[in-house]
Design a protein around this ligand. Structure first.
Ligand SMILES: Cc1cc2nc3c(=O)[nH]c(=O)nc-3n(C[C@H](O)[C@H](O)[C@H](O)COP(=O)(O)OP(=O)(O)OC[C@H]3O[C@@H](n4cnc5c(N)ncnc54)[C@H](O)[C@@H]3O)c2cc1C
Length: 469
């Protein structure tokens, strides 16, 4: 019975079908209405406690400011509970937006919740005239629980917004973030349940318990159930190839009897390599650099830090838990765009390799201008393949390579890709819808994105992917 319940939960939350080979491919179109429905649902859940309160309570003795302070906390707690769902990579939630947008909102929602809690404390103290709530040590223990929840919330925001400045390593931050989330949820729930004046109404208490139970369930799914399922159905490394100094392509195959989850070229996946030999076990995201038109699945990975420095030690036969695909950085999601500009820096080429391979295999009638910069000549991974694709004529591909470092015999362009360089190669608009795709380090994106808009490409046709979520 318990196993069946978990199984149903797994199917609902992961969007998985009973047998992976029967999973639906990602929906190709941008479905704005499905996105709008999800946004409204989110907003409705967020303010539902207030609606419930209005329905079940006939009058209150609290003044306006006092009640406003209480309302802030009601909304903040639900926002915090919903953070579990936003972070859990639930396909139904991410599909219309892409995971990067969901994570950006998740970050902003944390700040909104903190602001609401600060307002809650200030307005309650002001409205009730009990300013001692702010600083007195002699308060009831549930007030202390609230204070601890606030402390945990402030710590979460500070460490999330300024992780790099504070020099916190990603894996340590992730563990801290998870622990703080559990603390905020538990302390916030206990505080409000014990002294929340509005939570005396039975309907509100039920809603509160449901919100907590839902957050805990989603959290357990994300942290325990899904990882266990991925481990049970681990992929196997079938090839390890060095493409350039510090760049490796790892080919993976699904377990016997299973097929690769349908993906669009340019999407990314989370991989946890399980290699033994004392090598680290961490979950990281990488673009799927292969194309769904060919068997297996591959990622092309650059050595940039702690974990990736060991990627070359991966061996054929090693296991890998694969979770994906995610994201909307794929030309197949925007079929109305036929004249494409691809701009990337360094290893940001990987989604474009996937898309160009796919266009080639499907004989897509697309026109593509690829502008790609690297510091050294050796970093242009897959250059020969790009030449072959260009020669085949499908797609109609023009590649311009930019070298930003020193290269004595370099015959391509030099320097960084900016507005001038893009304008030089961008053919005049020919009536076909133009779409631009940018995958490069943030400083380069800050130059390229406005340049593209300045050259007349509407913002809704400019798509970007940054390699840090
Ligand atoms: C959507 C997406 C697609 C990507 N595609 C590719 C690709 O095709 N090829 C490629 O080489 N790289 C890709 N990356 C970047 C890749 O995820 C990082 O290079 C890698 O995680 C760095 O790990 P590290 O421990 O070696 O580096 P570190 O130097 O330890 O970390 C560098 C940065 O990587 C991020 N990071 C580190 N560990 C993790 C983790 N466990 N989970 C999430 N982020 C982490 C953090 O922002 C950190 O500051 C992609 C990233 C994203 C978000």
């Amino acid at each position: 019975m318990a196993k069946t319940s978990w199984c149903i939960l797994e199917i609902i939350l992961s969007g998985a079908k009973l047998h992976p080979s029967r999973r639906l491919p990602p929906k190709p179109m941008t479905n704005y209405s499905s996105g709008v429905v999800r946004v409204f649902l989110y907003l409705f859940i967020t303010v539902f406690a207030l609606i419930l309160l209005t329905l079940v309570r006939s009058h209150t003795d609290d003044g306006f400011i006092h009640q406003l302070g209480k309302n802030c906390a009601l909304v903040a707690f639900v926002i915090i509970a919903l953070q579990a769902a936003l972070a859990a990579r639930i396909k139904w939630i991410e599909r219309p937006f892409g995971l990067d947008m969901i994570f950006r909102y998740h970050k902003a929602a944390g700040v909104i919740a903190l602001c609401l809690i600060v307002l809650h404390i200030t307005l309650i103290s002001w409205g009730s005239g009990r300013w001692y709530l702010l600083d007195s040590l002699h308060v009831q223990w549930p007030v202390w629980l609230g204070r601890l929840a606030l402390l945990a919330l402030v710590s979460t925001e500070v460490t999330s917004l300024w992780r790099r400045k504070l020099n916190i390593e990603f894996e340590s931050w992730r563990k801290l973030h998870n622990a703080l989330f559990v603390a905020i949820l538990a302390l916030g729930f206990a505080h409000s349940f014990k002294i929340g004046g509005d939570l005396t109404a039975a309907a509100l208490r039920v809603y509160w318990a449901v919100a907590l139970a839902a957050a805990v369930t989603v959290y357990l799914f994300h942290k325990a159930l899904r990882p266990a399922r991925l481990k049970r159905n681990a992929y196997r490394v079938t090839a390890v190839r060095q493409d350039a100094p510090r760049v490796w392509t790892i080919q993976l195959a699904p377990p016997a009897g299973r097929t690769v989850s349908p993906y669009a070229p340019g999407q990314f996946q989370y991989i946890t390599f399980r290699r033994g030999r004392g090598l680290p076990v961490e979950e990281h995201h990488w673009t799927i650099s292969s194309t769904p038109t060919r068997p297996g699945i591959a990622s092309t990975i650059k050595e940039v830090g702690d974990f990736t420095s060991s990627i070359g030690q991966t061996q054929v036969g090693d296991n890998a838990d694969v979770d994906g695909p995610y994201g909307r950085f794929s030309y197949v999601f925007y079929p109305e765009e036929d004249d494409l500009v691809f701009i990337c820096g360094g290893i940001g080429i990987t989604p474009f390799l996937a898309m160009l391979r796919h266009m080639h295999d499907t004989q897509a009638r697309k026109k593509v201008l690829l502008l790609w910069s690297n510091r050294t000549e050796g970093e242009f991974v897959g250059r020969e393949e790009l030449e072959q694709i260009a020669q085949s004529g499908a797609p109609e591909l023009k590649t311009v390579l930019f070298l930003t470092g020193v290269g004595k015999d370099w015959k391509g362009e030099r320097g960084r890709i900016g507005k001038g360089a893009i304008a030089k190669y961008l053919a005049p608009q020919n009536g076909i819808t133009r779409g631009a795709y940018v995958c490069c380090p943030p400083p380069m994106a800050r130059i390229v994105m406005p340049a593209l808009e300045g050259l007349g490409i509407p913002a809704e046709h400019i798509h970007d992917e940054t390699f840090s979520l």
